[in-house]
Design a binder for this molecule. Structure first.
Ligand SMILES: CC(C)(COP(=O)(O)OP(=O)(O)OC[C@H]1O[C@@H](n2cnc3c(N)ncnc32)[C@H](O)[C@@H]1OP(=O)(O)O)[C@@H](O)C(=O)NCCC(=O)NCCS
Length: 355
């Protein structure tokens, strides 16, 4: 009877590499982060120029009334031609630092969430660090309208993990550079702006568990129309951001309320404990549908910054937060449910303590 478990014969040549032995059994020191983290201050920057619907309707054969009824948008801000993502970020960052009472030198890392920084490389965050006179860790993330909530989750983990004491989170977009103003489906949706948050150590939990995820099979639902490499040597048009409006609408309306509910559950609270609901400002009808599905009590304030700001992608949640705080709609120390969702498709939601 043959032995089928027998090992194969050893190789006859000595060319097979063997891994070197580790030097010892040393144990690394663990990072010593804070037990908890929270947002200490938010800042906002809204470009000066207000663009009402009436300025856009002629090119897309639309009307102010149609845009208001279908999206809730009345006007948006548009950055000046020479105003950059870094310029807008700097304004928002300085305000957030000021409100938080934190100096730039205390910032250990900057995360900039954006999809409209026009350089493929380098990232916007190191340029912002330089503007602030610091040389901390600095990087960008691309998670579109979920970018700010993604970055808040990262910052929370970084503060608790000990890789930075304070993290500056930016959500910023100059979408006017990537909007096709002849496209009926998207010309009226987007706006420009920047929001910022300072995340740092806290004695009590200030950022609840993040519920996040992606559905990459639907990547074409919102995307830059052509990759850079396709337009490089052709006469294809500037690759603006295109959108399958109804697909995105349905995904947001049916898919995002359960995500928001999970964030509430994971935070160990109930919906009645909330002091604010700050959803991504994509469309007023999406916001209303989420309120209905979540059965949000009528007395809980809801962000509706979209009316005057439109959809500013990564900047939308921090801009809406800053407005609610400034207008004294929500209490410092209260609980806010925030959720971002968009191109990817990607989403992230968490409950935070309002700074
Ligand atoms: C873009 C959006 C406002 C369009 O609204 P909608 O109700 O889905 O519109 P539809 O595409 O179904 O079009 C409905 C009708 O309006 C017309 N229409 C489309 N765009 C129009 C415009 N800009 N102005 C006037 N009419 C328009 C269509 O031709 C159609 O007419 P018909 O019924 O005679 O065929 C909506 O789909 C939306 O907000 N989607 C999500 C967008 C979003 O959130 N994007 C960012 C995600 S992060």
């Amino acid at each position: 009877m043959s032995d089928t478990t027998q090992a194969p014969p050893a190789p006859t040549t000595s060319t097979t590499p063997t891994a070197p032995k580790a030097k010892g059994t040393g144990t690394l020191a663990a990072g010593d982060g804070a037990r908890h983290a929270r947002i200490w201050g938010v800042g906002a920057y809204r470009p000066e120029r207000v663009v009402p619907n009436t300025e856009l309707v002629e090119r897309i054969d639309s009307s102010d009334q149609w845009i208001r009824e279908r999206s809730g948008i009345i006007s948006r801000r548009m950055a000046a031609k020479d105003e950059t993502v870094v310029d807008m970020s700097e304004h928002a960052a300085r305000q957030a630092l000021d409100v938080a009472g934190v100096t730039a030198s205390q910032i250990g890392a900057i995360i900039t969430a954006t999809v409209t920084h026009p350089y493929q490389t380098p990232a916007a965050a190191p340029m912002l660090a330089d503007r602030l006179g610091i040389q901390c860790a600095a990087f960008d993330i691309s998670a579109a309208c979920a970018g700010y909530c993604y970055a808040i989750s990262l910052a929370n983990d970084m503060v608790r993990g000990g890789s930075a004491e304070y993290v500056l989170v930016i959500g910023v977009e100059k979408l006017s550079d990537f909007t096709d103003y002849d496209d009926r489906g998207s010309a009226f949706i987007f706006g420009d702006g920047a929001g910022a948050a300072v995340v740092g150590p806290s004695d009590t939990p200030g950022i609840g568990p993040t519920i996040w995820g992606s559905d990459g099979a639907q990547w074409q639902a919102i995307s830059q129309r052509e990759p850079w490499t396709d337009i490089r040597d052709t006469d294809k048009k500037w690759p603006a951001i295109g959108m399958a409006g109804q697909t995105v609408f349905r995904w947001a309306v049916w898919g995002m309320a359960p995500v928001a509910q999970q964030a509430i559950d994971k935070a160990g609270i109930t919906i009645n404990d909330l002091d604010a609901f700050i959803p991504h400002q994509a469309n007023m009808r999406i916001i209303d549908a989420m309120i209905k599905q979540l059965k949000l009590p009528a007395d809980i304030p809801v962000a509706r910054d979209i009316a005057e700001t439109a959809n500013t992608s990564a900047a939308s949640v921090p801009l809406a937060t800053e407005r609610m705080i400034r207008e004294k709609q929500i209490p410092s120390g209260g609980l806010a449910l925030q959720i971002g969702f968009g191109a990817g498709l990607v989403y992230a939601a968490q409950v935070i303590v309002i700074p």
